[in-house]
Design a protein around this ligand. Structure first.
Ligand code: HEM
Length: 448
């Protein structure tokens, strides 16, 4: 379109537009999106160049400005010195040994939820698995990283996230003129932001009251001192980082789980194989961190679910200086779009790309695949800090539920990916819960 370029089409169907562009035009596709220009890149070498080898030449694109504007300038959105300092502060909380300890919190939370599902299973009514998984991953992130609960905000926070995700996700592609008009929708968004702010303030206030240093992420952020000035993180920065971890830690992991349940429900063969693996390895006892190495199919199922439905479906960078991509000049200020949703479906690397086939991730079949065509967690210095955390949590959760239950999509329900900031199911994921008979359940709620 004149002036607007591809903006109207992208607003309607962002993932579809990127898919078709890559299929039709190949490795490097010129895009004009409103006032912005850039390339969609799908060659693994170019992706490596932008995200890793020449990462210094790129900042997160102005599209992240919307996140920054509403949620603040935290680890996900900041750049340069501020980013480096915040990343260094947070990194030890995600250390491998620490993850092993946090796995206990994850397993407990999954067992609590599984125990709650007993009555839902006997009721026979569809349950929105999307909401259930949000609740689970929120509990985990809040307990494991922030050592708290959200107090009076607990019941409101998931709906608040949905509203925030939708507003920011849709406004990503707007020119910004209409984002702040005082419509009822915008007022709902403001109310959702107030809930979020309340929840974050509650977490920080609780910790200040308790004052004990529990060695978790929140303690690390509160006790960190700037190397040069000796100053602590100010209240506003702390608030922004807590918000960042709440958002980044809950939403994406929850979606990885929801899409996994959907795909398993559509592929009974894979579901049975997963159940067999879990039954043989666990022999009826609840899964623990140390079991995960013995559950390779479980990991393949999760990897394949994140291939087809990457929760962080697309991201972008802005060039600080001229660069070259795939033989083309990328002028300073232009954008590079990296879209896992597209990369994970490139027929050159993924035969029959739309098929759900966890075996693609077997060591033999993965051996020759370039690293940069599968990047659900991004890559390079800005790679997801919660990568291992999320993988352990999804594996423990799927193992816990699949040992006890089988989920069936509500008949006739339409499932459609909805690419907002994250890739959600547009109409939720109502599923019925069937108790498995072969399992040897231990359904007492976990001890906490
Ligand atoms: C399946 C779950 C998850 C997925 C798919 C995911 C995906 C991603 C991706 C793609 C990025 C990079 C974005 C970019 O390069 O522009 C990212 C960054 C980040 N993620 Fe995750 N993430 C997940 C879970 C988590 C968890 C559990 C946490 C925290 C507990 C977390 C915290 C973060 C943070 C703080 C960043 C910014 C890191 C930085 O820039 O230094 N994520 N995530």
């Amino acid at each position: 379109m004149p002036l607007l370029g591809m903006l109207p089409a992208i607003r309607r169907d962002p993932a579809g537009v990127f898919m078709r562009a890559a299929r039709q035009f190949g490795d490097v596709v010129y895009l004009k999106i409103g006032p912005r220009r850039g390339y969609l890149i799908t060659n693994p070498e170019d992706i490596r160049h932008v995200l890793q080898d020449n990462a210094r030449n790129y900042h997160k694109s102005p599209l992240y400005g919307k996140l920054r504007m509403y949620l603040g300038n935290g680890l996900l959105t900041s750049e340069d010195q501020l980013w480096l300092r915040q990343r260094r502060i947070a990194q030890p909380a995600f250390h491998r040994q620490r993850m092993a300890a946090l796995a206990g919190v994850m397993a407990d939370a999954a067992r609590d939820a599984a125990a709650r599902w007993q009555s839902l299973a006997s009721g026979g009514q569809p349950v929105d698995v999307d909401e259930e998984m949000m609740r689970l991953t929120r509990t985990v992130v809040v307990r494991a990283l922030l050592g708290a609960d959200l107090g009076p905000f607990t019941s409101k926070i998931d709906q608040a996230w949905t509203t925030i995700n939708q507003h920011i996700g849709e406004s990503f592609w707007s020119l910004g003129f209409t984002d702040r008009l005082p419509t009822p929708k915008y007022r709902r968004f403001q109310a959702a932001l107030a809930v979020l702010r309340g929840a974050v303030d509650h977490v920080i206030a609780e910790r200040r009251r308790g004052a004990a240093d529990s060695g978790d992420l929140l303690s690390m952020m509160m006790s960190a001192r700037d190397e040069e000035t000796g100053e602590a993180m100010n209240d506003e920065q702390l608030r922004v980082e807590v918000t960042t971890f709440l958002l980044a830690g809950q939403e994406t992991t929850s979606l990885a789980l929801t899409w996994t349940w959907y795909l398993l429900s559509q592929h009974p063969g894979a579901q049975r194989r997963l159940e067999d693996e879990i039954d043989v390895v666990l022999n009826g006892r609840p899964p623990e961190y140390s079991d995960l190495v013995n559950l390779p199919y479980l990991r393949m199922v999760i990897d394949e679910a994140m291939r087809l439905y990457p929760p962080a479906w697309g991201f972008s960078r802005q060039a600080l200086a001229d660069d070259r991509l795939g033989g083309f000049r990328l002028p300073r200020g232009w954008l590079a779009f990296v879209i896992p949703y597209v990369l994970h479906r490139l027929p050159a690397f993924w035969p029959d790309p739309e098929a759900f086939d966890p075996e693609r991730f077997s060591p033999e079949r993965s051996a020759d695949r370039p690293k940069f065509v599968y990047i659900p967690f991004g890559a390079g210095p800005r790679q997801c800090i919660g990568n291992q955390f999320a993988l352990i949590e999804t594996q423990l959760s799927v193992a816990t539920f699949a040992q006890l239950y089988r989920l069936h999509l509500a008949p006739g329900h339409k499932v459609e990916p909805w690419p907002l900031i994250t890739l959600r199911p547009r109409f939720g994921m109502p599923m019925t819960i069937e108790r498995r008979t072969r399992s040897l359940p231990r359904l007492e709620p976990a001890s906490r």
